[in-house]
Design a protein around this ligand. Structure first.
Ligand SMILES: Nc1nc2c(c(=O)[nH]1)N[C@H]1C(S)=C(S)[C@@H](COP(=O)(O)OP(=O)(O)OC[C@H]3O[C@@H](n4cnc5c(N)ncnc54)[C@H](O)[C@@H]3O)O[C@H]1N2
Ligand code: MOO
Length: 390
C-alpha cells in the first residue's frame, strides 16, 4: 500500500490544465480565469461627485459663504461650463465634476434661495470627490488563475470585459457499479439499496467546477460494466464507484484493463478509502473509488477535488489543513491515515464515536475531517489535531 501523499501525487499526474475558452460574462461565475485580463478604461472615467449637493471652486469655505448657482450636473449629464470662485453647480451623486470644481458641499449643509446658496454651520468636512481612476485605471490586471465569484463578475463588468477567458470545465463521467443499486426515485427490491454516492459525488464535482455526467448503473457483469464504461468516452475523468475490493464481484479493475487501463496504483494506506485505484484509459484519467458511501465521498474530497483543480489550472495540492484542539479524547489510531468525521465548533473539534464508512448520516452532520497519522497514539482534550474543513 502506498501513502496518501504518494497516491495524491500520482493522481495529480493524471491531469493537466485544460484549454482556454471564452464565455459571456453572465456565465463566468464559478469559472476559473485562464489568462490575466486588463482594464481598458478608468473607473470612474472622470472625477465624480460622491454626494448630492453643490460643486464649488473653493476648498476653504465657512458658515455664511454665498454662491451663485450657475447650472446642473447629473449622473450621465455633464455640466459643460466651468465653475469659478463664488459660483456653484447643482450636482448629483455620480455626476462628472465640472471644470474648476474642487469640493462638493452636501445639500444638507446648504440653504437655497432662488439661484443663491448660503452655507450653514457645522459644515461636513469631506471634499466628496471620487478621483478619475480611483477604483481602477487602464492596464490594471485581474490575475489568473482565479476562481471567479460574484464580486469578480461585477468588477469585470465595470471593466467592460464582456467575454471572459476561462478554462474549459472538466467533464467527469461517474459510473456506480453493483447489482444491489437502483437510482433514487426507483423502487428497490428487498435486497437492493439506492445509489447514493453517484449523486453525492456529482454534486461535489459540480461545486468544484466540473461538469458531472452520471451514467447508468453498471451491473456486476463484465458486459454491463464495459457498456457503462464505454459511455464515458470523451470525458476528461472517469470515476467508478464500488467493485474495487477483493470480493468475487469486484471486477472494475479487470474490466477497465480490458479497455486499456494503465494502472498507476491500487490500495492506499488510508481509512476510509483503502481500495482506491487510479490510472489512465487512453487520454482519460480514471479513479476507481471504493463503494462504501463515506469512503467514496472522502476520497472525492481528498483526491478528486485536487485533480479537478489541476484540470482547471488552479494550484493543485493536498486539501488545506488547520490545527485545532480536541474537545473530546480520541483512541489510538492503527496503521492507516484516518480521516475521521468530526464537528468543529467554538475553536475546538470533536470526532463522532461512530466512524463506520457506511454511515452517511454521520457524514452529513460533519463539517470537518480530523486527519490522524498512522499509529497516532491516543489523544486527550486540548491536544492539537489536523483538520480539513468540509
Ligand atoms: N475481505 C475484505 N473485504 C473488504 C475489504 C478488504 O480489504 N478485505 N475492504 C473493505 C473496504 S475498506 C471497503 S471500502 C469496501 C469497498 O469495497 P468495494 O469498492 O468493492 O465496494 P462494494 O463491495 O461494491 O460496495 C461496498 C458497500 O458500498 C455499497 N455501495 C457501493 N456502491 C454504492 C453506491 N453507488 N451508492 C451507495 N452504496 C454503494 C455497497 O452496497 C456495499 O455495501 O470493501 C470492504 N470489504
Ligand atoms: O477503506 Mo474502507 O473505505 O475503510 O471503508
Amino acid at each position: 500500500m502506498i501513502t496518501v501523499a504518494e497516491a495524491l501525487a500520482a493522481v495529480l499526474e493524471l491531469g493537466a490544465p485544460l484549454e482556454q475558452e471564452f464565455v459571456p460574462l453572465g456565465e463566468a461565475d464559478g469559472r476559473v480565469l485562464a489568462s490575466d485580463v486588463a482594464a481598458t478604461r478608468n473607473q470612474p472615467p472622470f472625477s465624480a461627485s460622491a454626494m448630492d449637493g453643490y460643486a464649488v471652486a473653493s476648498t476653504d469655505v465657512s458658515e455664511g459663504d454665498r454662491f451663485k448657482v450657475i447650472g446642473e450636473a447629473a449622473a450621465g449629464h455633464r455640466f459643460t461650463g466651468a465653475v469659478s470662485v463664488g459660483e456653484a453647480v447643482r450636482i448629483f451623486t455620480g455626476a462628472p465634476l465640472p471644470e474648476g470644481a474642487t469640493r462638493v458641499i452636501i445639500q444638507e449643509d446648504v440653504l437655497r434661495q432662488g439661484s443663491t446658496i448660503t452655507l450653514r454651520g457645522n459644515l461636513d468636512e469631506g471634499l466628496h470627490i471620487r478621483p478619475a481612476g480611483g477604483d481602477f485605471a487602464v492596464g490594471d490586471i485581474i490575475a489568473a488563475p482565479r476562481r471567479l465569484g460574484p464580486s469578480d463578475v461585477a468588477l469585470l463588468a465595470s471593466m467592460n470585459i464582456a467575454q471572459v477567458p476561462v478554462r474549459r470545465q472538466p467533464v467527469v463521467a461517474i459510473v456506480a457499479t453493483g447489482d444491489e443499486l437502483v437510482q433514487a426515485g426507483e423502487v428497490p427490491r428487498d435486497d437492493q439499496i439506492i445509489a447514493s454516492n453517484s449523486l453525492g459525488l456529482a454534486a461535489m464535482f459540480r461545486r468544484a467546477g466540473a461538469i458531472s455526467r452520471v451514467l447508468p448503473i453498471a451491473k456486476d457483469t463484465p458486459t454491463s460494466l464495459k457498456m457503462a464504461l464505454s459511455l464515458a468516452e470523451g470525458a476528461d475523468l472517469l470515476v467508478t464507484i464500488g467493485g474495487a475490493s477483493v470480493g468475487d464481484h469486484d471486477i472494475v479493475a479487470d474490466v477497465a484493463e480490458t479497455l486499456g487501463l494503465e494502472r498507476q496504483f491500487y490500495k492506499v494506506a488510508m481509512r476510509p478509502g483503502k481500495p482506491l485505484m487510479a490510472g489512465r484509459i487512453g487520454k482519460m484519467a480514471m479513479i476507481g473509488l471504493p463503494g462504501n458511501p463515506v469512503s467514496s465521498m472522502v476520497c472525492g474530497e481528498i483526491f478528486v477535488r485536487p485533480l479537478l483543480d489541476r484540470f482547471l489550472g488552479l494550484p493543485a495540492s493536498a486539501r488545506r489543513r488547520t490545527s485545532m484542539p480536541l474537545s473530546k479524547p480520541l483512541p489510538a489510531n492503527a496503521g492507516r491515515e484516518h480521516y475521521m468525521r468530526a464537528v468543529g465548533a467554538n475553536g475546538a473539534v470533536a470526532a463522532f464515536d461512530r466512524q463506520d464508512s457506511a454511515l452517511l448520516t454521520v457524514l452529513s452532520q460533519a463539517n470537518a475531517l480530523i486527519v490522524r497519522p498512522p499509529n497516532d497514539p491516543a489523544r486527550n482534550v486540548g491536544d492539537m489535531v489536523e483538520v480539513i474543513t468540509l
